[in-house]
Design a protein around this ligand. Sequence first.
Ligand code: 5GP
Length: 204
Amino acid sequence: MDGLLIVMSGFSGAGKGTLMKRLMADYDDFAFSVSMTTRAPRQGEVDGKDYFFVTKEEFEKAIEEDGFVEYAQYVGNYYGTPKAYVFEQLKKGKNVILDIEVQGAMQIKEKFPDALMLFVIPPSIEVLLKRLRARGTESEEVIMRRITQAKTECTYMDRYEYIVINDDLDTAVKEMYAMVQSAKFTVSRRREFIDTVIDELKSI
Ligand code: 5GP
């Protein structure tokens, strides 16, 4: 059985990266899709692990070659999900996690209606600001642009299936795993199986 495609969106600073890393460490049936971006690496980020860091020209060439499952612009930079890895891992039965913002998430929802849509939020906006400032990697101006972005993003929350509140990390990871497990058993995601049963019934 193919794995589940999982979209994880959420405010910048909500802790998506940490959640995803813990999920991968605790369970072995997940794969993380490394995105391509034109933004500069932050301190400690590794090319090919956190992102594939490319120039604008390289990114636009990949768009022309139809190399993305989705892509979008966010705070002045391109971000996109390379195609090959996603399909390869899904075929292997892995649940593939895409850590992407809302515009890209809506493209995925349109193209892959069975994708599981998760939205991660911090327990409060106060905590969000603290986390963004504690990173110490971005100027106050960039932080404010990310907050403005969050105001837009929260209008998309209703288009998601589950909300992950990232307060205590252990709890959030367990809850997220439970969401993924339960999603596999919904009627729409078991469509193929149900159709076989219906066909069998009809043939009697
Ligand atoms: P950051 O610059 O903080 O790493 O990421 C900024 C935003 O871009 C985050 O909301 C992140 O989820 C999103 N993002 C990362 N990779 C992709 C991608 O491949 N496609 C889209 N649409 N968004 C992405």
